[in-house]
Design a protein around this ligand. Structure first.
Ligand code: SF4
Ligand code: SF4
Length: 388
């Protein structure tokens, strides 16, 4: 059956878009610059470019109504900048990407939010944090990551995975390489695997008092830091990291057009899905407008839309609030929504509230990483090296 592919973007009028972009511009100028103008010309260029980039995308996102398109451009740029910035930082601090036993013993390992599900149970039982990172240090400290996680989770629930996560922009970006998927029929039961992984890593972390997912399963080790290969065990771990990165973050997202790492493995993502239960925002379907074309089911990168969702009028608990189904619905039947309220009345206000909060989190959380990424690239162009 031929489906109606005419799209109904939910863009704003010029006036409202300009006012909201100006508000965003004022906040981002203050937050990105931290109240002072950089003296270094490269830092100044990076600040101006990041401000222009963020505010142009925010304007386009509101004006055109293409939430997912402009979110994804920013989100993927953030993930690439993180790799550039992180790896350069590691070379400056340690001389390589590899993590030595000494640094682990000295607790000089940057903390990453993916470790949070493995720290909660041991923390409750032993009152200690089972990660060799610094609690209050300058670079990715445990305290700062917990504060960001709690704030973003309260505001966005699993929206964290499409608007805040360091790494989500990688499989998100690769899932857009092809126009059409090569692999189409994916069993929807795969969405339960991350919950099993979550249970497994939380229990094993409690038993062994060690962040098991980081040691054995994290694909992002391949592009951030990993232990120097000095034994067969570390060699096996390294092969797993690289294999998972190539498979789940690059190849499968390209072939399926799904975010396979985030949707089918990540235990942090599973935990964030549970937080969707307490978050005020969800993604709703107006059943009166819906013509059951199933376009939203086809495009959802996390299999969070199903025929059951269409019947119930809301996305599944695993929804990352990316906006892709909203952009693609030919009838404009899907929208961000505040739980416990009626759909038609204040629909646009809910949407604006969600988008403003989500974009602000993304912009503030990523700004220093994107700026540092730009500075590193400028250094590479002018001196031939990204590191100081
Ligand atoms: S909600 Fe989904 S099935 Fe209904 S019209 Fe929109 S894209 Fe089609
Ligand atoms: S249901 Fe819609 S908003 Fe949620 S993850 Fe799928 S495409 Fe994104």
């Amino acid at each position: 059956m031929k489906t109606d592919t005419h799209q109904v973007p939910q863009g704003e009028g010029k006036g409202r878009t300009i006012v909201l972009t100006l508000v965003m511009a004022v906040i981002t100028v203050v937050m990105f610059s931290q109240g002072k103008m950089p003296q270094d010309p490269k830092e100044m260029i990076a600040l101006v470019l990041t401000l222009l980039f963020a505010n142009t995308l925010f304007f386009l996102l509101l004006y055109t109504g293409r939430t997912d398109r402009y979110r994804a451009i920013y989100f993927s740029t953030f993930a690439v900048s993180l790799i550039i910035s992180f790896v350069s930082h590691m070379f400056e601090a340690r001389g390589s990407m590899s993590l030595s036993e000494t640094k682990i013993l000295q607790c000089e390992v940057p903390f990453c939010h993916l470790v949070i599900p493995m720290t909660l149970v041991p923390m409750a039982i032993t009152k200690t944090i089972i990660f060799p990172g610094s609690l209050l240090g300058k670079y990715a400290s445990i305290a700062s990551m917990f504060v960001i996680w709690i704030g973003a989770t309260l505001a966005l629930g699993r929206g964290f995975c499409s608007w805040v996560c360091f790494y989500g922009g990688l499989d998100d970006g690769f899932s857009r390489v092809l126009k059409r998927p090569v692999i189409r029929n994916i069993n929807p039961k795969w969405i339960y695997l991350p919950f099993a992984v979550l249970l497994l890593v939380a229990l094993t972390a409690a038993v062994y008092l060690s962040p098991v997912y980081c040691s054995w399963l994290c694909p992002f080790k391949a592009v951030t830091e990993f232990q120097a290969v000095t034994s067969t065990k570390i060699l096996i771990q390294t092969i797993i990291f690289v294999g998972l990165f190539i498979g789940l973050v690059i190849v499968l997202p390209i072939l399926t057009k799904k975010r396979t790492q985030c949707a089918f493995l990540c235990p942090f993502g599973a935990m964030q899905s549970l937080t969707n239960k307490i978050n005020v925002f969800d993604v709703r379907i107006d059943k009166e407008k819906c013509v059951k074309c199933k376009r939203c089911i086809q495009v959802c990168p996390t299999l969070s839309m199903s025929e059951e969702s269409l019947e119930q009028g809301c996305a599944r608990i695993t929804c990352m609030k990316c906006g892709k189904c909203i952009d693609n619905c030919p009838k404009g039947a899907i929208s961000y929504h505040i739980k416990g309220t009626d759909i038609p009345g204040k629909r646009n206000a809910y949407r604006l509230l969600f988008l403003f909060a989500a974009f602000l989190f993304l912009a503030i959380f990523s700004s220093h990483i994107i700026q540092d990424g730009i500075v590193r690239v400028l250094k590479l162009i002018t001196t031939g090296s990204m590191i100081s």
